[in-house]
Design a protein around this ligand. Structure first.
Ligand SMILES: Nc1ncnc2c1ncn2[C@@H]1O[C@H](COP(=O)(O)OP(=O)(O)O)[C@@H](O)[C@H]1O
Ligand SMILES: NC(=O)OP(=O)(O)O
Length: 312
């Protein structure tokens, strides 16, 4: 049975431009899980990973705002909360959807820690956007009052950025593997995993957000998956994106993908980490394929009819 690690992007988890209520998130997740249920219905063994940038940013803000009433939780705990919150919605919506289709598969979220290097240079150079968008005026105030690092995010406004170290090891991988082998649908490395460092033989949470595409790639390698399916808002990756001479790509080799990166076709912080994760997975073992596609085309993409496929 073909094993697929599905990495869900922001648009699969929340409606853009709408208030970030629990109801709105659940509605979007319900749509998302219909597509995932289609994949499962076709017999694919599916493991789900997802992002958390907007959600963990909001949880941190809620904690900071309520600090006078009850102590704010540290950043790593906020990451764990985002995993639980998003995982809960996905596992509930997917279980309901599968049950409707007469499928009794178990669906479980694993709170997942991912080890990073405490010397990772990312800790000195924050790049991962989290939470809401701000105007320039709001951004300047937040920088001054809260000491946030804030950058302009791809022409969409200003956003807080935090460190995004490279994922080295998935702590709960054996548990995930056992559950996947038992036939369960597992939701894991949510938000790229809760970042932890190893100190004197112990795990310790750190303030960071791991890139979920890179963590999903690590997961796919560890589980010996056949396919890494990265779902986002566009159906294919493009050369000259959003320019009059845009060219959408169907099938590319790792060598071509590397050349396109060098030519600067993929925006850092958005498409670049996806293409990098796809390259790493395709190179890791003969026969492995990475696909970047939109959620609504995920089944067609797995069948080779949609999306961009990256292979050796
Ligand atoms: N060369 C490119 N081809 C396709 N999309 C691109 C390209 N460069 C940047 N993008 C943008 O990257 C976005 C995906 O990144 P992002 O929104 O961060 O992903 P996520 O779905 O994980 O939240 C696409 O929706 C698209 O707007
Ligand atoms: N952790 C992470 O990569 O989240 P986003 O995909 O939401 O940025």
């Amino acid at each position: 049975m073909e094993k697929i690690v599905v990495a869900l992007g922001g648009n699969a988890l929340q409606a853009s431009g709408k208030p970030a209520t629990a109801e709105a998130q659940l509605e979007v997740v319900k749509d998302t899980t219909r597509y995932i249920a289609d994949l499962i219905g076709e017999g694919y063994k599916v493991v789900i990973a997802h992002g958390n940038g907007p959600q963990v940013g909001r949880i941190v803000l809620q904690n900071e705002a309520a600090n006078d009433i009850t102590p704010a939780m540290p950043f790593d705990v906020c990451g764990a909360m985002s995993q639980g919150m998003i995982g809960y919605h996905i596992q509930q919506a997917l279980k309901n959807e599968l049950q409707k289709r007469g499928n009794k598969k178990a669906v479980s979220t694993i709170v997942t820690q991912v080890v990073v290097d405490k010397e990772d240079s990312a800790f000195k150079n924050p790049t991962k956007p989290i939470g809401p968008f701000y105007t320039e005026e709001e951004a300047n105030l937040l920088k001054k009052e809260k000491g946030y690092d804030i950058v302009e995010d791809a022409g969409r406004g200003f956003r807080r950025v935090v460190a995004s170290p490279i994922p080295k090891r998935i702590v709960e991988i054996d548990t995930v593997e056992t559950l996947v082998d038992s036939g369960a649908v597992v939701i894991t490395v949510g938000g790229g995993g809760i970042p932890v460092i190893e100190e004197n033989g112990e795990l310790k949470g750190v303030a960071a957000v791991i890139d979920k595409d890179l963590a999903s790639e690590k997961l796919a390698e560890d589980l010996d998956a056949d396919t890494l399916l990265i779902l986002t808002a566009v159906d294919k990756i493009s050369l000259n994106f959003r320019k009059p001479n845009q060219v959408d790509l169907d099938d590319i080799t790792v060598a071509e993908a590397k050349k396109y990166i060098e030519e600067g076709h993929f925006a850092s912080g958005s498409m670049l980490p996806k293409v990098e994760a796809a390259i790493k997975f395709a190179e890791s073992k003969k026969g492995r394929v990475a696909i970047i596609a939109s959620l609504d085309n995920c089944l067609e993409a797995v069948k080779g009819k949609q999306g961009t496929r990256i292979s050796m």
